[in-house]
Design a protein around this ligand. Structure first.
Ligand code: ADP
Length: 218
């Protein structure tokens, strides 16, 4: 059976960064509801039209919408493809929905990995981040500027973009939503004995190694 995991943690904890690396190294597939919703907004689909303002405010899109997006994506994957859930589930209702979606497809959750981080540091991390508009390589105003100013290190492109919800005010709302609605789902998984907490303030390689230690214990 495929290895299915949830990466949990507040906005900016580094879930996306770690998921991208697990995809490259382990052939896992990242299912990010945030990415799916941003694609829907960009495409102007009915889901996108509904989600846009909610996302810009830093609030949560409806459970029905995100769970059906996840169900659709799971149906596109073979049962042997290992999945990383990133940014989903975010509420108790979504956690229940995920159990049902997995069960119906003969899958089950192996690990829930929580990245623990300091909220104040997160505001700096998030408000400074930007990506290459062409290849998606991630940068940061303070921590990782392109080596040649204005030019993407990876693909040489000259345009960059910032997420509209990566401003200080919206970030605070996203954190509050995490605290109020997402952190409370951890006990559900703790009761199953599948939660591991990892220090998300460590450097990216150390976080990666700590995740690997959970996925493939020596
Ligand atoms: P981050 O974890 O950095 O806040 P995401 O890319 O995961 O960013 O999500 C961005 C926004 O998309 C959220 O603030 C929310 O509005 C919406 N969203 C993403 N995933 C979910 C979800 N599972 N449930 C409800 N809303 C979601």
């Amino acid at each position: 059976m495929a290895l299915d995991i949830i990466l949990l943690g507040p906005p900016g904890a580094g879930k996306g960064t770690q998921a991208t690396r697990l995809e490259a190294e382990r052939g896992m597939v990242q299912l990010s509801t945030g990415d799916m919703l941003r694609a829907a907004v960009k495409a102007g689909s009915p889901v996108g039209l509904q989600a846009k303002a909610v996302m810009e405010a830093g609030e949560l899109v409806s459970d029905e919408i995100v769970s059906s997006l996840i169900g659709e994506r799971l149906d596109e994957l073979g049962v042997d493809t290992p999945v990383i859930f990133d940014g989903y589930p975010r509420t108790a209702a979504q956690a229940d929905a995920l159990d049902a979606l997995l069960k119906a497809r003969g899958r089950h959750l192996d690990h829930v990995i929580e990245l623990e981080v300091d909220e104040e540091a997160l505001v700096t991390r998030i408000t400074g981040r930007f990506t290459c508009a062409n290849c998606g390589e991630g940068y940061h105003d303070q921590f990782k500027l392109p080596l040649v100013p204005g030019t993407c290190d990876r693909c040489g492109h000259h345009e960059f973009k910032r997420r509209p919800d990566d401003n200080a005010e919206t970030v605070r709302t996203r954190m509050a939503e995490y605290r109020a609605k997402t952190a409370p789902i951890l006990p559900i998984y703790e009761a199953r004995g599948i939660v591991t907490r990892i220090d998300g303030m460590a450097d990216m390689d150390s976080v990666h190694d700590a995740i690997e230690a959970v996925l493939a214990p020596a």
